[in-house]
Design a protein around this ligand. Structure first.
Ligand code: DHA
Length: 126
């Protein structure tokens, strides 16, 4: 049996998916984009601010499942421009201990929902 995770502290889904699904002790999150859940507006002033909003949204989803970034074992980062790689890494990296950071892949894509610049999904284990 799977458990649907929902929190108002992260943006509501903008399509036919849930913020996250817990199956057993494994949490599969949907990709988060930089929608501010308080306003419904995108945070895209800078790539750093955008990445920070994405990570804050993800933090809320993890917490709604009783987890934190410590529980994350794998992430995927989708970006529009590989030139942003360093700036995104700086913000993303501030959420993890370098020695215990999750596995990850980063891919540049042609387009993302709402024309954002970064989307991140995660897998976490209790
Ligand atoms: C934002 C998303 N996670 C989506 O559209 O799939």
């Amino acid at each position: 049996m799977k458990k649907i995770i929902f929190t108002e502290n992260a943006p509501a889904p903008i399509g036919p998916y849930n913020q996250a699904v817990l199956k057993g002790n494994t949490l599969y999150t949907s990709g988060q984009i930089a929608i501010n859940p308080a306003t419904g507006e995108l945070t895209t002033e800078t790539i750093e601010a955008e990445t920070e909003q994405v990570m804050q949204n993800m933090k809320a989803v993890l917490e709604a499942a009783g987890m934190s970034f410590e529980n994350v074992v794998k992430t995927t980062i989708f970006i529009m421009d590989m030139n942003d790689f360093g700036k995104i890494n700086t913000v993303y990296g501030s959420y993890f201990n370098e020695k215990t950071a999750p596995a990850r892949e980063t891919v540049q894509v042609a387009c993302l929902p709402k024309n954002v610049n970064v989307e991140i999904s995660m897998i976490a284990i209790l």
